[in-house]
Design a protein around this ligand. Structure first.
Ligand code: DLL
Length: 433
């Protein structure tokens, strides 16, 4: 099942021809309309006429988050304000927020790509979509909302928060699809239990989870606890919002990135050079149809790999692997690089360990110290102290063997680690203060 069969299954040569045509007009557009691009292209010695093949993309300069901050708020917009119908912004926890604007055409395309994403995930008209992504400046809520309406499904605009009420509505309204962050889905499951509602017996069939990194083992936890099929969705406000890429229900192996609107590249973050297909690197995206704020070779800082292998679902669009994390979230513990998701994978495989954890990093006597706090279920927590110690040590050993880092594991009581309604905070790095 497709939403837009023609474009989702376009043979690669036709897809690439379309990309090139759109890329050329996009470069012309930004060069004509955005002083930042005019200057950066001139500096690189490139004119729009130099873009003759898709390979020429590599010659164009990168755009980074700082460029957006420097242009705060509207400096990179390529459409006049009269044509901008929506503004979103990133939370801006570090520095100024990044602001994005959409023309009506941008909103239409975004809605279509979200509708395509829903269908790829196995959602259809008649489904009742319980949308718990936050509504507001964050793109999650409105992005999923417009896509659901475009598809013609029924959308319940819940937004985040008010967790008890969410459970009641989900039960009474017969929600069949849940959209929220993976961490919030677990919080919902836990709260349902407290409310005496068996979430597994509700009508939920599909969960569309993203906006934060999560591991394959976390998927197992979620599918088990909520009794639904959990699908990974990726996106970022700079490029559009949710729906840049999504897993298909059929293969559930890699996220199809909608290549008729975005050109993905994977680069070595240190050298900026492309890496081979299948190798990990930083995802770089060029938007080729956006009008409000088109971005040339935007460095997402997200780490993944790409595959152009044909997919069982019939979509011809390339697949990116589940994100390992962001390059800026990568922890360096005594010289060893580690992503929180790698620790998550290890924790989730251990019997009795709950999917709620926190990594705390400090520097003591010039040494990096990592403490892994993780909840264990009631049964284990009520065991003797000695048994808890044995389990903690077994986890420490597992982490040492698999990741090569020493850490201190602290098993904590159920519900001691803060729950989140949006993106979970998994790391407290005290070295950065
Ligand atoms: O998080 C958009 C979104 C909303 C995506 C709802 C999916 C679902 P931002 O707030 O701009 O936008 O944050 C974007 O979140 O660069 C990634 O680091 C991370 N991220 C998003 N989706 C995933 C995912 C939205 N599926 C940043 N896996 C991105 C891992 C993700 N990380």
């Amino acid at each position: 099942m497709y939403y837009n069969e023609e474009f989702e299954t376009l043979p690669r040569p036709a897809l690439e021809a379309l990309q090139l045509k759109r890329l050329k007009s996009m470069v012309e557009r930004v060069c004509a309309k955005v002083p930042f691009y005019r200057e950066s292209l001139a500096k690189a010695g490139i004119t729009p006429h130099d873009v003759r093949s898709l390979d020429d993309l590599r010659r164009l300069p990168f755009t980074i988050k700082q460029d957006m901050r420097d242009a705060y708020p509207y400096g990179l917009f390529s459409a006049p304000m009269e044509d901008i119908v929506r503004i979103h912004a990133s939370s801006g926890t570090t520095g100024k927020p990044t602001v994005v604007g959409y023309t009506q055409k941008d909103i239409d395309i975004w809605s279509e790509l979200m509708a395509r994403s829903f269908v790829a995930a196995g959602v259809h008209r008649g489904d009742i979509i319980h949308n718990s992504y936050g509504y507001g400046l964050f793109t999650g809520g409105l992005g999923a909302h417009y896509g659901a309406e475009k598809l013609g499904a029924s959308v319940i605009p819940m937004s985040g928060g008010n967790t008890k009420r969410q459970i009641l509505i989900m039960k009474d309204f017969g929600s069949t699809v849940l959209t929220c962050t993976p961490s919030y889905s677990l919080y919902l499951a836990e709260s349902a239990g407290e409310e005496g509602v068996d979430i597994r017996s509700l009508k939920l069939r599909v969960g569309i989870f993203g906006a934060e990194p999560w591991s394959e083992s976390m998927r197992g936890e979620i599918e088990e606890k909520l009794n639904l099929s959990a699908i990974d969705i990726y996106g970022l406000s700079e490029i559009m919002g949710p729906g840049v890429a999504i897993e298909c229900q059929k293969a559930k192996h890699g996220l199809h990135i909608w290549e008729d609107h975005f050109i993905p590249e994977i680069i070595n973050p240190e050298t900026g050079e492309p890496v081979a297909e299948g190798e990990k690197g930083e995802l770089v995206i060029t938007t080729i149809t956006k009008e409000g704020i088109p971005l040339l070779r935007y460095r997402t800082r997200d780490i993944t790999s790409i595959s152009y292998e044909p997919c069982a679902c019939g979509r011809t669009h390339a697949r990116i692997a589940r994100m390992s994390g962001r390059s800026d979230d990568m922890l360096i513990i005594r010289g060893v690089n580690v992503f929180p998701s790698q620790i998550e994978s290890i924790l989730m495989k251990i019997e009795g360990v709950e999917p709620h954890y926190l990594l705390i990093v400090e520097r003591k006597d010039n040494l990096d110290i990592l403490e892994v706090q993780v909840e264990v279920d009631e049964r284990i927590f009520s065991d003797e102290v000695k048994q808890l110690q044995v389990l903690a040590q077994a986890i420490e050993k597992e982490i040492k063997v698999l990741l090569g880092i020493s850490c201190k594991v602290r098993l904590v009581e159920p519900k001691t680690i803060a729950r989140s309604e949006g993106k979970a905070q998994r790391v407290i790095d005290k070295r950065k203060r």
